[in-house]
Design a protein around this ligand. Sequence first.
Ligand SMILES: NC(=O)c1ccc[n+]([C@@H]2O[C@H](COP(=O)([O-])OP(=O)(O)OC[C@H]3O[C@@H](n4cnc5c(N)ncnc54)[C@H](O)[C@@H]3O)[C@@H](O)[C@H]2O)c1
Length: 252
Amino acid sequence: MRLQGKVAVITGAAGNIGLETARQFLREGASVALVDLNAEALESAKTQLVPDIPTTNESHVLVIVTDSTSEDDTTRMFSEVVAKLGRLDCAFLNAGISYSSTPILDETMDRFDKVMNVNVRSGVKYAGMAMKELGNGGSIIITSSIAGLRGTPGMSIYATSKFALRGLSLTAAGELGPFGIRVNTVHPSGVNTPMFHATWGPEKIEELKKAMPLGRFAEVDDIAGVVVFLASDESKFMTGGMLKVDGRSVSF
Ligand SMILES: NC(=O)c1ccc[n+]([C@@H]2O[C@H](COP(=O)([O-])OP(=O)(O)OC[C@H]3O[C@@H](n4cnc5c(N)ncnc54)[C@H](O)[C@@H]3O)[C@@H](O)[C@H]2O)c1
């Protein structure tokens, strides 16, 4: 198993990509802290994950309701993970929000503040502090987007937030490298999830799909597999890196 004995925090774990990543981490032998704002969805995530994976029991899964935009919540969450699971090897910082595609001229500052607040804060500082204190290095993986690599009409604020995460990860990779802490970003194109469908609506979705060379959008397991790689020792010389998981999409 590729993550045997490792401990990971996954934010946005009650959501689509987070939950599938938690499943793959558990299958690879990790213990996982499921972190999200949505308490009910978190409990249901735990209830489905544990019986799903024969090598996993209740002790491998910790549920921590956390608002990733709150300094107090995030600090408390990392302390609880270390106290209860004994170590911290990986933080998959994946909590994020989107919205229905909107032209820049109709955008509002309120939305700018809300999206930037959730998507950019991400918790890199707190993951880095916890890993540095433990002294065993670690892997921080941040969910950016293909919108964090190129202009995406209708998604000016979202794209701004996802580009910002590249700056954050490159800087953090330089600063945290001396402590053995790696920081990388993943950049999915549209993933077949409610967030993606709500962003674009049915007509645009059909148009986007026709332009996908592989004839389909990503599924959550396509993204989770790449995150497992970045969490594992197979990527031990990768830091400040970015992995596009976009099926060579040209249309977003
Ligand atoms: N779905 C896509 O097509 C797609 C494409 C590229 C990137 N992404 C990114 O992937 C990540 C996950 O997307 P998803 O499709 O699984 O979305 P999702 O909505 O299913 O999951 C996001 C999760 O984040 C949680 N969350 C939101 N705000 C939070 C906060 N302040 N504190 C803690 N948790 C919070 C939500 O409760 C939710 O469970 C996001 O960062 C998103 O921007 C998604």
